[in-house]
Design a protein around this ligand. Structure first.
Ligand SMILES: NC(=O)c1ccc[n+]([C@@H]2O[C@H](COP(=O)([O-])OP(=O)(O)OC[C@H]3O[C@@H](n4cnc5c(N)ncnc54)[C@H](OP(=O)(O)O)[C@@H]3O)[C@@H](O)[C@H]2O)c1
Length: 481
C-alpha cells in the first residue's frame, strides 16, 4: 500500500436536508451523479442503513464494494470501500443551512500499487475525479432538467419495425439509459394509487415508489396476495405508508366501489397509475357480461380515472400514468366493436385495441385537465419478463427470453412519469424509456374525429348507466350480473 490520499469536497444545494439525505444515503444513486460510475446496485435487502452493501462498477473497468459502517439519518454516512485498485473510507456529512443543505464528502484512499504510482505521477487526478463527482451531485440535487417533448425524434426508427422493436428489449433500455438525467425527486406525503401491484411491472414500481417516500395505495383483486405485497414493500422500503384496496378491476361494480372508498377517504391523489392488465385467449366475458380485455384494459381505467378526477384535481398538481403497449401500433380503434364480438377473436388484437383506446383517452384527458395541473401520459414498458408474459405468451417468452428486460426495467418509465420533476412538463404523450414516441407509426391505425367522439360517448354511457352493454342497453335489457 502507498500513502493515503485525502479528498475533501463540500457543496451547498437549495434542497431540504431530508431530500438530500434520502437521495445520497441510498448509494445506488451514485450511478446517476458520478460520471466515473457505470452502474451501482444495493446488494442487501431493506432500506439503506448500517450494514447495507453496494457494488459500484467504474467506467475505468474495476468494481468497488461498499459497506455502510455508520448511518446517522440526516447527519452522516460512513462507508468502507474495498477494491483491487484501492481501499477507502468515505464519509458524507449533511447539515441544514438557511438556503438548503451543505454536503461534505471526505474520502481517504489507500491506493494499491498501480494507482499509487499513477497518483504520484498525476497528483491532480484524484482531485479532479472528486470534483467532477460533486459537480454531478449538485446538478442531481438541483433537479432542474427539461423533459424531452418531441415524439417525432423517434418516428423514423419506430416506423422501421425492427429498429423500433430493438428499443423494446433490454438492450434498448440500456442504450436509452445513457441519456437519462438523475431523479432526485422525493414523493414523501404524495398519495399514489397503483393498480396491478401484485406482480411484474406494478410490483417493481410499488417497491421503487415506496422507497421514494410515496404514500401508496395498491389496488388488486387478490386480498391475500395484496397483503403479502404490502408487507414486502414496507420492509424493502422502510416506508409504512403502504395500503391495500381489494378490487377486481375487470368488474365495474368493484371499480366503482373502489372509487367510492377512495372518494370517501378524501385524500388527494398525486398520481394514479393504471397498470393492471392481462391478455385473454380465448374470448371471455366477466360476470357483468363485458368482454374481459375491454373491461380490464379500457373501461375499468376509464371509470376509475373519471371518478377519481376530483381527488386528482385537489392534489394541485397530479399525474395519471396509463400503462399501454407497443402492440397498440398494430391496431386501429374499432369503436363499433369495443367488446370484440365480430369476426374471429384474437386476444392480442383485442388487447392492442383496448390499449389504443386508452391512448386516445390519454390525449383527451391531457387536453381537458391541463388547466387543473393534471398531466396525463401513457407508456410502453418494453418487453419485460413478468408472470403476465410467462402465462399469456409462453412461446414469445421462450423465443425472446435473452432479450427481455427485468420487471424493474419495464417499470422505470412508470416511476419516472409519476415521480420525476421534469415529467410534469409534458402531457398527452406516449413514452418508452423516458422519451416520447409517436402514438401511431402507420396512418392506417389513425382514428377519425368521429370515432374518438363515439368512443368517449360509449364509455361515458357506462359511467352513467353502470355495467350495461350498449347493445343490450339499446334493446332495454340489462346484461348478465
Ligand atoms: N411485460 C411486458 O412485456 C409488457 C409489455 C407491454 C405492456 N405491458 C403492460 O404492463 C402492465 C403490467 O403487466 P405485467 O407484464 O407486469 O403483467 P403481470 O405480471 O401479469 O401483472 C399484471 C397485474 O395486473 C393485475 N390484474 C390482472 N387482472 C386484474 C383484475 N381483473 N383486477 C385487478 N388486477 C388485475 C395482476 O393481478 P394478479 O397478481 O392478481 O394476477 C397483476 O398485479 C399491463 O398493463 C400490461 O398490459 C407489459
Amino acid at each position: 500500500m502507498s500513502r493515503e490520499i485525502v479528498l475533501d469536497e463540500t457543496i451547498s444545494v437549495p434542497r431540504s436536508l431530508r431530500d438530500c439525505f434520502a437521495y445520497v444515503a441510498d448509494f445506488a444513486h451514485v450511478e446517476e451523479w458520478d460520471p466515473g460510475v457505470r452502474s451501482a446496485e444495493r446488494l442487501t435487502p431493506g432500506p439503506p442503513r448500517t450494514g447495507s452493501e453496494y457494488r459500484v462498477v467504474m467506467k475505468a473497468g474495476f468494481s468497488l464494494h461498499y459497506t455502510v459502517v455508520e448511518f446517522e439519518p440526516q447527519v452522516r454516512v460512513l462507508m468502507d470501500v474495498r477494491s483491487s485498485v484501492f481501499d477507502a473510507r468515505e464519509e458524507i456529512l449533511f447539515d441544514a443551512t438557511d438556503e438548503g443543505t451543505r454536503i461534505r464528502y471526505i474520502a481517504r484512499f489507500r491506493p494499491r500499487a498501480l494507482l499509487g504510482i499513477a497518483a504520484r505521477m498525476a497528483p491532480g487526478m484524484m482531485d479532479a475525479v472528486g470534483k467532477s463527482a460533486m459537480r454531478g451531485l449538485r446538478r442531481a440535487l438541483q433537479d432542474a432538467y427539461t423533459a424531452p417533448s418531441d415524439p417525432s425524434r423517434h418516428e423514423r426508427c419506430d416506423r422501421l419495425v425492427l429498429p423500433g422493436m430493438f428499443g423494446f428489449t433490454r438492450f434498448g433500455y440500456r442504450k436509452a439509459k445513457r441519456r437519462w438525467k438523475p431523479v432526485s425527486a422525493r414523493l414523501d406525503g404524495r398519495h399514489i394509487v397503483l393498480t396491478g401491484a401484485t406482480s411484474g411491472i406494478g410490483l417493481a414500481a410499488a417497491h421503487t415508489l415506496a422507497a421514494m417516500g410515496a404514500d401508496l395505495t395498491l389496488a388488486g383483486r387478490d386480498g391475500s396476495k395484496l397483503a403479502a405485497v404490502v408487507d414486502a414493500v414496507r420492509s424493502s422500503s422502510g416506508n409504512a405508508s403502504v395500503r391495500a384496496e381489494t378490487a377486481d378491476l375487470a368488474l365495474m361494480a368493484d371499480v366503482n366501489a373502489l372509487a367510492d372508498r377512495l372518494l370517501s377517504q378524501g385524500r388527494p391523489i398525486a398520481a394514479l397509475i393504471n397498470n393492471a392488465g392481462a391478455l385473454f385467449n380465448p374470448r371471455q366475458e366477466t360476470e357483468e357480461g363485458l368482454e374481459k380485455s375491454f373491461a380490464l384494459l379500457l373501461l375499468g381505467p376509464f371509470i376509475l380515472t373519471e371518478r377519481l378526477h376530483p381527488l386528482l384535481a385537489q392534489a394541485g398538481s397530479a399525474r395519471v400514468v396509463n400503462v399501454l403497449s407497443g402492440g397498440m401500433y398494430t391496431q386501429r380503434l374499432r369503436v363499433r366493436d369495443l367488446q370484440n364480438t365480430r369476426g374471429t377473436y384474437s386476444g392480442s388484437a383485442a388487447y392492442a385495441r383496448a390499449k389504443r383506446g386508452l391512448m386516445i383517452l390519454t390525449e383527451e384527458w391531457a387536453a381537458r385537465w391541463r388547466a387543473e395541473g393534471i398531466v396525463v401520459n401513457a407508456m410502453h414498458p418494453g418487453w419485460a419478463d413478468t408472470p403476465g408474459v410467462e402465462s399469456a405468451l409462453p412461446a414469445f417468452r421462450r423465443l425472446t427470453r435473452p432479450l427481455l428486460r427485468s420487471p424493474a426495467e419495464g417499470a422505470d418509465t412508470v416511476v419516472w412519469l409519476a415521480a420525476a420533476t421534469e415529467a410534469a412538463q409534458v402531457s398527452g404523450l406516449f413514452w418508452l424509456d423516458r422519451e416520447p414516441h409517436p402514438s401511431h407509426i402507420s396512418d392506417k391505425t389513425r382514428e377519425s374525429g368521429e370515432d374518438r367522439a363515439a368512443l368517449l360517448a360509449a364509455l361515458e354511457g357506462f359511467l352513467t348507466e353502470g355495467p350495461v352493454h350498449p347493445d343490450t342497453q339499446r334493446r332495454g335489457r340489462r346484461s348478465k350480473g
